[in-house]
Design a binder for this molecule. Sequence first.
Ligand SMILES: NC(=O)c1ccc[n+]([C@@H]2O[C@H](COP(=O)([O-])OP(=O)(O)OC[C@H]3O[C@@H](n4cnc5c(N)ncnc54)[C@H](O)[C@@H]3O)[C@@H](O)[C@H]2O)c1
Length: 447
Amino acid sequence: MSEASRPNSSDSRRTFLKGSTAAIVGGALAANLSIAKSAHAAGDDEIKIALIGCGGRGSGAANQALRTEGKVKLIAMADVFEDRLEGAYQQLEKQGGIKERLDVPKERRFVGFDAFQKAIDAGPDLVILATPPGFRPSQFEAAVKAGKHVFMEKPVATDAPGVRKVLAAAEEAKKKNLGVGVGLQRRHQPQYLETIKRLQDGAIGDILATRVYWNGSTPWLHTREDLEAKAGRKLSEMEYQMRNWYYFTWICGDHIVEQHIHNLDVSNWLKNAHPVKANGMGGCEVRAGKDYGETFDHHAVEFEYADGSRMFSQCRHIPGCWNSVSEYAIGSKGTADISGKIQANGADEWRYRGPRPDPYQVEHDDLFASIRAGNPINEAETGAKSSMTAILGRMCTYSGKELTWEEALASNIDLAPETFSFDTTPKSLPDANGMYQLAVPGLTKVV
Ligand SMILES: NC(=O)c1ccc[n+]([C@@H]2O[C@H](COP(=O)([O-])OP(=O)(O)OC[C@H]3O[C@@H](n4cnc5c(N)ncnc54)[C@H](O)[C@@H]3O)[C@@H](O)[C@H]2O)c1
């Protein structure tokens, strides 16, 4: 069960082509023509895919895309690092049931900072964007410009200029009738869909507050020493940050953005809104040391929605503490665990007891079915607004200030380097002891 309808396979060709025709009749652009043309050229409804960012999630997403209903083929792959690309290709080759859907000869395996554009130009109908999030805005913009459907991982940006770029491209994607899925997979999980529908229908009255958490441990770390030992040479600062990207705000966003976005998004979805204001605090208490770059190990933020209700958020990467990855709502007539439990005052507890399919697969099934039906899902705007919610939270914890949505979204602080190459000097550099400067609440400027 999800928002998108799933046409049966006999309807596929008719509906996919009808969607393309409708888009052309609707005054659409050259980009739509190329989608229609590629469907005709293949003589069937094959959706050709390019994968950009061949890491863990990229190969997972490609695997799921190749298991959707109807004809699909992976025709191009792109990564800045050849070892990552080849590793992902080998992983995909080992997966049962999709081998015949791989058509990525050496000449369509692109490596380098311009590889994403080459993959977009290689003729796919849909691109998967699964690099670290710092690159997402420019890659999404390029994909939409070229008229490609997109599945992009969350978050979709790491700073306000990036969010504005994604919002503009999202509008463009709508005009071109392009499908855009964003990897906020809870939106495709029946337990969340059903609970949120009940809550929005008033099961616990007005939603006064939500509580959302991603308290856990550090996901992974690649030390400079290990990376250099493996490479057998010194790494440039840029290559080091790219390989150990989780700990650099320009490329990761900090874990409040990279990870906690999932929980913040659930609250925004329930409220059908984004916060208008926030304040918070955070720091790096335990995870200190040069390998951990410039990110905090904990953030706690109070967000306010336009109706005065609040979202209380915590995220922490410190071992040995209370852990929870969860979302709760407090209403005027009861409480809920948004992942499937409602306790209305004076009533029996309701629990979701239905099926729990793999949400990573369902989000791809939904996107591809919607494209084939000519009525593509477009999650770019909600994905951008939830990314901005997380960025707003980080701006508050880094600065220690209360900030409005407008102030934060208008920020012109672009965290990324001016240009991208392995010789580029990133904006954040280590001191003589190899330590990076962390944000200092009360002093750090974020707008
Ligand atoms: N939805 C989810 O539950 C979920 C789970 C895991 C990761 N993710 C998201 O997926 C994205 C990727 O995460 P991951 O765990 O796969 O990381 P990863 O490091 O395993 O993979 C990222 C890949 O992108 C490549 N890359 C970096 N910059 C690039 C560029 N400019 N052009 C082309 N390739 C580039 C890297 O070399 C690497 O191979 C992140 O945004 C992450 O937040 C989402």
